[in-house]
Design a protein. Structure first.
Length: 223
């Protein structure tokens, strides 16, 4: 009887150990998935984009995310990407057209837009709803989570009251922010200086942000 009890106790002990083992790796697997997302980011210039700007985007992302960054050949700015106003390019359409299993950041020097005041469907930020065409010029847009984002270096929007140096700083923050959405980060409400804080079209907010992710965002990313 005593032996049977001992076997039983050992069995319970073994089972509880196994349970722990099952629980712990699932956390690790999640972390590994986050790390998998650190595969190369492919930069696609959309239309004519200054070489110097592309080079900087590559350096910024490489330094911040410690990922391989690959420059791809430029893609054509085609008419199907025009927003209803025909004066800007539709960021949502750009994301749809370039969606891929690879990580992609599209950069354009044209103005891009999305649609204002609309409840965001799951995966898009500021996504349009059929029939509503109120456009809103934006700095960037990214899928969350997803593999593709777009940033605009359009000088009249990004360069408001800015020196060329400040314009670049702003673009750097926007590139890191949009890639952050791709990695699954939502807008951050823990720290107004965190790069994932919502800019909501405000260049002042972009300028207020610092080049970092707050502890909460880092925790979500597992970095
Ligand atoms: Zn955002
Ligand atoms: Zn944050």
């Amino acid at each position: 009887m005593k032996t049977l009890l001992l076997v039983f106790v050992q069995l319970v002990y073994l089972l509880s150990c196994q349970q722990n083992k099952i629980n712990q790796p699932s956390k690790t697997i999640r972390d590994e998935k986050a790390v998998d997302k650190l595969g190369a980011i492919h930069i696609i210039p959309l239309g004519k984009v200054r070489k110097e700007l592309i080079k900087e985007v590559i350096d910024w992302l490489k330094n911040f995310y410690q990922q391989e960054i690959i420059e791809e050949s430029p893609a054509l700015l085609t008419e199907d990407l025009l927003a209803p106003s025909k004066t800007r390019y539709n960021a949502n359409e750009i994301l749809k057209k370039f969606n891929s299993t690879k990580n992609i950041l599209i950069i354009t020097e044209k103005d891009i837009s999305s649609f204002k005041g609309i409840k965001q469907p799951e995966k898009f930020y500021n996504a349009p709803i059929k029939g509503i065409t109120k456009e809103w010029g934006i700095f960037g847009l990214g899928l969350r989570p997803g593999n593709v984002c777009v940033i605009s270096a359009y000088a009249k929007r990004l360069g408001k009251n800015a020196t060329p140096k400040l314009l670049k700083e702003r673009l750097q923050k926007i590139a890191i922010h949009e890639v952050g959405h791709n990695k699954g980060l939502e807008h951050c409400n823990k720290n107004t200086e965190c790069l994932m804080h919502a800019a909501d079209g405000s260049i002042k907010q972009v300028d207020h942000e610092k080049l970092f992710f707050c502890d909460n965002c880092r925790k979500i990313l597992g970095i």
